[in-house]
Ligand binder design. Sequence first.
Ligand SMILES: Cc1ncc(C[n+]2csc(CCOP(=O)(O)OP(=O)(O)O)c2C)c(N)n1
Length: 201
Amino acid sequence: MSGSDVDAAVLDRRKVVAALLDRRGDLLVVTGLGSAAWDCAAAGDHPLTFPLWGAMGSAGMIGLGLALAQPSRRVLVVTGDGEMLMGLGSLATIGAQRPENLAIVVLDNERYGETGMQESHTAYGVDLAAIATACGFAQARIIRHEAEVPSMRVGIHEAGGPLFYQVKIKRETPPLVMPPRDGAALRIRFREALLGKGAVA
Ligand SMILES: Cc1ncc(C[n+]2csc(CCOP(=O)(O)OP(=O)(O)O)c2C)c(N)n1
């Protein structure tokens, strides 16, 4: 099977994200803009989720900064293929830094969903997991089946990273579930939940 086979995809983005965030413990989560943020909000708004409302292409770098600043915490970036493609260089930087506590999950519908479902590069066979492997990630896999989701979950919560999972998902547009929108409030909420109220200036 090539990297471009979303017509055959069976995974439901909302179910995958709900499974990854269920009983999430003290996992720190950064989401790319748009659909990935709605998926995480649908799984339950959480003070330790930092949803991006813009800054397309920078979810991986924000995740890297967090992982380096908080080496004793697990950090998960959940984003879309379009967002990841825009920040492709971040994979090289993460590969160079090799944070053991960072995982990236790309929800790959092979489309720029938010802007009208235009085909992204992964629809033409661009293999993001292979790029992550070439950049030096400890593990990088394409996930296609429900049976693979539990091991992805274990990886995110326990395995030595950096980890990369390119999840082939069905091309669908589930109902919008928005996280809070005020960026400053989101930042303060996240910092207070992570560092405690006294630590936030
Ligand atoms: C710099 C920049 N360019 C373009 C956009 C418009 N835009 C917002 S979301 C999006 C597509 C996101 O696609 P993807 O990450 O694959 O997520 P999907 O909705 O398909 O799951 C685009 C092009 C933007 N917000 N910022």
